[in-house]
Ligand binder design. Sequence first.
Ligand SMILES: Cc1cc2nc3c(=O)[nH]c(=O)nc-3n(C[C@H](O)[C@H](O)[C@H](O)COP(=O)(O)OP(=O)(O)OC[C@H]3O[C@@H](n4cnc5c(N)ncnc54)[C@H](O)[C@@H]3O)c2cc1C
Length: 506
Amino acid sequence: MGAAAGHLAWIKIASVRRVQHSCPGYRVWAAAARWKNAEMTRVVIIGGGPGGYEAALVGSQLGGEVTLIENDGVGGSAVLTDCVPSKTLIATAEVMTDVRQSADLGLRFGLQDQADVNGGVRVDLAAVNRRVVDLAKRQSCDITERVQRENVNLVVGKARLDGPDLVIAETADGELSFPADMILVATGAHPRELPEAKPDGERILTWTQLYGLTALPQRLIVVGSGVTGAEFASAYDALGCDVVLISSRDRVLPGEDAEAAQVLEDVFTRRGMTVLPRSRALSVKRDGDQVIVTLTDGRTMTGSHCLLAVGSLPSTAGIGLEEAGVILNQDGFIEVDRVSRTSARGVYAAGDCTGVLMLASVAAMQGRIAMWHTLGEHVSPLDLKTVSSTVFTAPEIATVGVSQKQVESGEVPARVMTLPLRGNARAKMQGSRDGFVKLICRNVTGIVIGGVVVAPRASELIFPVAIAVAQRLTVDQVSESFTVYPSMTGSIAEAARRLHGTGMIS
Ligand SMILES: Cc1cc2nc3c(=O)[nH]c(=O)nc-3n(C[C@H](O)[C@H](O)[C@H](O)COP(=O)(O)OP(=O)(O)OC[C@H]3O[C@@H](n4cnc5c(N)ncnc54)[C@H](O)[C@@H]3O)c2cc1C
């Protein structure tokens, strides 16, 4: 049993059977570990997305006996259908955006027709999507290998709770029971559908079905202008597709910084995208090779394909949660506190199934916090004020901390400084016209409490602002740090410099 067993008793708990798994060479067991230390905490995790697998790694590191039960593939929707595939597609779209803008930088491709905005570059969507799907599978396999290396018992199956301390998994080998000292529910979410708009997987699609396309849609109607809708509209527009974006609100990205959303909407329309504000889709019907979207005001739009991006629903139904004493809210999300505890003792939840903030990074942190809390480590409750996030459009929109809306409403007394990128030397060199840097700091102390970057690669540029927010740096501390000349980050330091002193600036 090895030296670590020491004075503790080791017992045999289950026989082991090898089961089929999509990652070649990896051994996935149908039952949990053959041997366990009788005094180890038995942790059973349902769902292998970022909320589940990151928790599994921490749980194992802290000496728990961890079983991870996953239905589809480790990495979860984040890796297999949502985050990773969309950002891989967007990586290709970014190159096309650069190609489109390259004429301004003096580049001419081949026998370029003046009217060809794509510089003679053709998109082979079948190849693009093959790469997307392969990369996602490889990423899932890499994570599978990692969790197995860390001694997590991986079980392929659909799990449900049988009370607050027992999990049942339906596997290819039948039902298996896993008694637990602690259960973490990390079952994620799935695309919402409209009653009159049923995806057919061919022309009426959810975001999980897009990667089956082998040719660019002639006209893609995107229903929903939140983050997912805006990202796919931006990507397909860059790939050369005629895109119509239907937004039920006054502007795209209603949940984001208003000025950032305005920049994006201006860029979208300048590029030729049709943006329909205050338009709500009532139904989407297939008519041969076409889709017809009917709006609530009676107008109709015709396209070759329709993407439904109308939000997500939690995957919490029918898995024994309420029977185990776990309270769900009216939308079916699991109610948790800031250390990921549910209302049932010993049952924790993390990620999209809690609806706290639907980001992979937040799911992972909620999962880790649950493990730290259960396994006796020091733990700080989840703090959403320091979470940075990005809308991966062109340009990208990255935000952290307090918003300008909170400042303007009087909720948070603070000062705001916005610098357009137009004045930044590096932006000029790169031909980036659209975007800005915004910093928000406390009135008297000058402590940075929020920021927005709208720029190419804003997802990377937000990090210094995120550090400033997390570490409570003042604008003077930020502006006294050297930036490279020329650089986009120079605008962050300049915004901080202009916020020096006290008083109200806007
Ligand atoms: C198109 C799109 C793009 C996104 N891009 C980003 C991004 O760029 N950055 C970012 O931070 N976030 C992004 N997100 C959000 C991110 O994908 C989610 O926040 C993240 O997936 C949440 O992780 P999770 O672990 O809660 O759930 P998931 O990743 O959904 O994983 C849950 C897993 O649980 C499994 N499961 C469910 N029920 C059971 C059961 N009963 N038994 C066994 N297994 C079960 C499922 O099979 C699934 O694998 C994006 C979302 C979408 C829709």
